[in-house]
Design a protein around this ligand. Structure first.
Ligand SMILES: [Zn+2]
Length: 71
């Protein structure tokens, strides 16, 4: 079976092994760089390893609970 493309991997929101499609995957520690976080993932079914990559896409305002949006 061919491994997943990035698009296919994103369709599964990273919950499946891109090599064997198993959902028996486990994540390890997060590696922080500026604007990027990567996390090593291992597949318990086929022993494949890869990195999930997260990129900073912006920021969101914090709204205090019960107070609504502050103008
Ligand atoms: Zn696998």
């Amino acid at each position: 079976m061919a491994r997943m493309t990035d698009e296919e991997y994103l369709q599964h929101t990273g919950t499946r092994c891109p090599y064997c499609r198993s959902d028996e995957i486990e994540g390890y520690e997060l590696n922080f760089k500026s604007g990027t976080i990567s996390q090593e993932i291992i597949c318990l079914n086929c022993d494949a390893r890869w990195y999930d990559v997260y990129r900073l896409t912006g920021y969101e305002e914090v709204t205090p609970k019960g107070e609504g949006r502050v103008p």
